[in-house]
Design a protein around this ligand. Structure first.
Ligand code: ATP
Ligand code: ZN
Length: 283
């Protein structure tokens, strides 16, 4: 079988999680910082390590078949690619921010103002959608210092914690785009067998991340109440314990219901609750 190429970020905020995801999918490869390409030894795939800005176009043009890149970069490069899967990491928000003392209140107040950004394409679309005419000043880095230098009235930049905004005397003003890492493919090749196989593995890794394996002990008299709290993948496993009338219940629960469920289980008489990570969920 001839192999496919996947493009991932060479270094930066998406590199580590992209490599981790592929390794969790059972792929074995060397991850030398110096090499641009790495061959997976147990799956028909080659990995290209690139700057994130180049990934969307490489995938669109078929130089790489698939790629992992932030949605902000995909939108900014205006490429035509197929979205295979949202990956749940690299989450951030493209926001407009203004100086703390600014009197701008709503989007319409940006009319006639200057906004500095490294995302002119996305910002232009956003302003058009909101029917605002503003000057876009495109700068490639350190956008947040531009209002302080008198170069703009506002900025549009990626914000995750807001720390950088704060330390530059800026406050959030409007959300422009919520972004996360996306697995994309060249259009028209999404049904390729290798991609399907990889997608299946990725989905089972993502699903496992949201799942916990729980074991608990309970007196048989309380078993029905406990079982009603535990939907499980199909139905929970119940195993008798050496102690008379006690059983162990094994099941999986969703991470998001976790604390609420654990407290309810304890209240219903569950003891010795053990929670374990799940590596993969195959359905
Ligand atoms: P490259 O050298 O590959 O061009 P870069 O400096 O452009 O890297 P990074 O800062 O590594 O990019 O960010 C890569 C992606 O990570 C962003 O495009 C965005 O999708 C995502 N991301 C998540 N959180 C943040 C954040 N706090 N700031 C910037 N990007 C973030
Ligand atoms: Zn970049």
């Amino acid at each position: 079988m001839s192999s496919l190429k996947i493009a991932i970020q060479k270094s930066g905020r998406l590199n580590e999680k992209s490599v981790e995801l592929l390794k969790n999918c059972g792929l074995t490869f060397e991850n030398y910082k110096s090499s641009l390409i790495s061959t997976v030894s147990n799956f028909p795939l080659e990995i290209l390590f690139l700057r994130d800005d180049d990934i969307p176009e490489y995938v669109q043009d078929g130089i790489a078949d698939i790629g992992i890149v932030g949605e902000n970069v995909i939108n900014e490069t205006e490429v035509d690619v197929h979205y295979l899967q949202r990956l749940g990491f690299g989450k951030c928000m493209l926001k407009i921010a203004v100086p703390n003392e600014s009197e701008l209140k709503n989007i319409k107040d940006l009319e006639g103002k200057a906004i500095a950004t490294s995302y002119p394409v996305i910002l232009k679309k956003y302003l058009q959608e909101n029917q605002v005419n503003a000057t876009i000043r495109t700068i490639s880095g350190s956008v947040e210092i531009s209002p302080g230098l008198g170069l703009s009235d506002a900025i549009c930049d990626i914000v995750s914690t807001g720390g950088t905004l704060k330390s530059n005397g800026l406050k959030p003003f409007a959300d422009v785009l919520a972004s996360e890492a996306i697995l994309i493919s060249k259009n028209g090749i999404e049904h390729n067998g290798i991609i399907k196989e990889l997608m299946q593995r990725i989905q089972s890794v993502l699903m496992a991340k949201e799942t916990k394996y729980v074991v608990l002990n309970v007196d048989r008299t309380n078993l029905d109440t406990i079982l009603s709290l535990l939907p499980g993948v199909k139905s929970p496993t119940v195993v008798p314990l050496a102690e008379h009338n006690w059983v162990a219940v094994h099941t999986v629960i969703q991470e998001r219901d976790f604390w609420e469920k654990i407290n309810k289980l304890k209240a219903a008489g569950a003891q010795g609750i053990v929670v374990m990570p799940v590596e993969k969920v195959i359905i």
